[in-house]
Each structure stands twice: as C-alpha cells, then as structure tokens.
Design a binder for this molecule. Structure first.
Ligand SMILES: NC(=O)c1ccc[n+]([C@@H]2O[C@H](COP(=O)([O-])OP(=O)(O)OC[C@H]3O[C@@H](n4cnc5c(N)ncnc54)[C@H](O)[C@@H]3O)[C@@H](O)[C@H]2O)c1
Length: 254
C-alpha cells in the first residue's frame, strides 16, 4: 500500500479489462486517477467504484483519436489533482483473425488510428504537464505480439509494433529530462477483448488453445497488468527503468 502515494495519473481505456486493473492497482497504492475511456459510462463506473472505497478518481469520456479530448483530460488532472505524473496510454482495439488477402486497408487504418496514433496522441498531450513534475513517467500498453508476431492479426500486430517503436524512441528522447517511458507487453488476457481474438465470440475450445500457448497455463489478468504498471510507474522501485519492454505474458515470449 502507498507505493504511488502523492502521484497523479491518467489511464486511457480505463473503463474495462487491463485499464480497469491498472486504475484499481494505482488507487490501491495511493495515486489519484483520471479514468478516461471512449465509453464514458464504463469510465464513470470504474471511477465511482474507486471513490466509494476512498480513493481520488475522476472520469472523462475521451477518444484517444481526439487530441483535444486528451488535452482536456490533462487539464482536468492538473486542476483537480494539482498536476500529472503518469500517463498510461492503454486504450486499444482487438481484431478478428484474417489472412493477408482477407485484410482490408480500412482495417489496418483503424488499428493504426487507435493502437498506434492513439498512444502517440496520449503521450503528446501529456508531455507539457509531465515536464512540470519531478518523477514523471509514461506507460504504454503494447502487446507480446510486437515481440513475437502471430499470423493473421496484421492490423493489430503492425499497430502494436509501431506502439513499441514509439515507446522506445520516446524513452531515448526524454531520458535527458529524466522522464521515463516504458511498455507493458501482455499476452492473451481474460478481458472483453478476447472475444475479438477468438473470432467474435469466446468458446471453451478457443480458450483452451490460447492457454496452451502460455507456458504458465493461464490467462493474463487485469490484476497482473495492474501490478506490473504500479512497479514501472514507481519512481522508487523502477527509477532506473526506461525503454523497458516488460512481458506480462505467462512465459509466452520466452
Ligand atoms: N486482452 C488481450 O489479450 C491483450 C493482450 C495484449 C495487449 N492488450 C492490450 O491491452 C490494452 C487493453 O485491452 P483489454 O484487453 O483490457 O481490452 P478491453 O476491450 O477490455 O478494454 C479496452 C478499453 O479501451 C477502450 N477504447 C477502445 N477504443 C478507444 C478509443 N478510441 N479511445 C478511448 N478508449 C478506447 C474500450 O472502450 C475499453 O474500455 C489494449 O491496448 C490491448 O491492445 C490486450
């Protein structure tokens, strides 16, 4: 408890799955959080749950494809909580598998718009505020697919590889200012996104196949990702970590 005490954060895509797990872990460790999501109702539900347990949490409906919405979230975090220490660029969309010939340019563009450019927009909006703080950092939820590609997920995989590039390049750019930039690289998660990777609907057979590809024999949970996010965002525990691609993947990328 208290590992992020006094820090403030924005979590994009915080209304569900891994983002919700990150919000919960941050709040438990004493951070004040602005929960943003394109789904304003789910963001508000997550923030309300945290407020009910005594944490400081606000919600905002923000599409990561909209730089003005992200700037408003940063302004809200500064006015409500006195500044912004951690930007968690977590929002993303999954994909139904398809071969190269089944993949349209529109699919690729949509994935780049949210998974790659959305992360870029989130970092860009946060940077002026982060520069005012002493222990600032950025965390991007990438994916194990950027480290170990899988077939038939071209839009998702290519956009996540771009997000990994963003994480590493920004880590180098901001290192002289002591702003750390790191990435979480989860494998298959037990979140609503899994239905997309399963072709539209989860099934016991598809779940079994996914789990068999994970050496520890279990899905990644929002709690797993939340714990890893707390570690990388703590200036005490992870002060020497920047440009770090941390697999949270039950051994998938070994
Ligand atoms: N679930 C997995 O297997 C898995 C594996 C590796 C990485 N990831 C990544 O983890 C992150 C979270 O995914 P999840 O599994 O929790 O999925 P999820 O679908 O449960 O949550 C994603 C959240 O992002 C929000 N979102 C979608 N588009 C948005 C937009 N344009 N602007 C703002 N918010 C938007 C959704 O409303 C949702 O609340 C994503 O970046 C995803 O790519 C997921």
């Amino acid at each position: 408890m208290g590992r992020l005490k006094g820090l403030t954060a924005i979590v994009t895509g915080g209304g569900s799955g891994f983002g919700k797990g990150i919000v919960e872990a941050f709040a438990r460790e004493g951070a004040s959080v602005v929960v943003t999501d394109i789904n304003g109702e789910s963001a508000e539900a997550v923030a309300a749950e945290q407020r009910a347990s005594g944490a400081s949490a606000q919600a905002m409906e923000v599409d990561v494809a909209d730089p003005a919405g992200l700037a408003a979230a940063v302004a809200r975090c500064e006015s409500q909580f006195g500044g912004l220490d951690v930007m968690v660029a977590n929002a993303g969309i999954g994909q139904r598998p398809g071969t190269m010939l089944e993949t349209s340019l529109e699919t690729l563009r949509t994935h780049f718009e949210i998974n790659a450019l959305g992360a870029f927009n989130s970092c860009q909006a946060a940077l002026p505020a982060l520069r005012k703080r002493d222990a600032a950092s950025i965390l991007i939820t990438v994916s194990g697919i950027a480290l170990a590609p899988r077939p038939q997920l071209y839009g998702y995989g290519m956009s996540k590889a771009a997000a990994m590039y963003l994480m590493k390049a920004l880590a180098v750019e901001l290192a002289p200012e002591r702003i750390r930039v790191n990435g979480l690289f989860p494998a298959v998660g037990d979140t609503p996104m899994l239905a997309e990777f399963s072709g539209g609907e989860r099934s016991a057979e598809a779940d079994d196949r996914f789990v068999q590809g994970l050496p520890l024999g279990r899905f990644i949970t929002p709690e797993d990702v939340g714990q890893a996010a707390v570690f990388l965002s703590s200036p005490v525990e992870a002060g020497a970590f920047t440009g770090c691609a941390l697999p949270v993947d039950a051994g998938r990328c070994i």
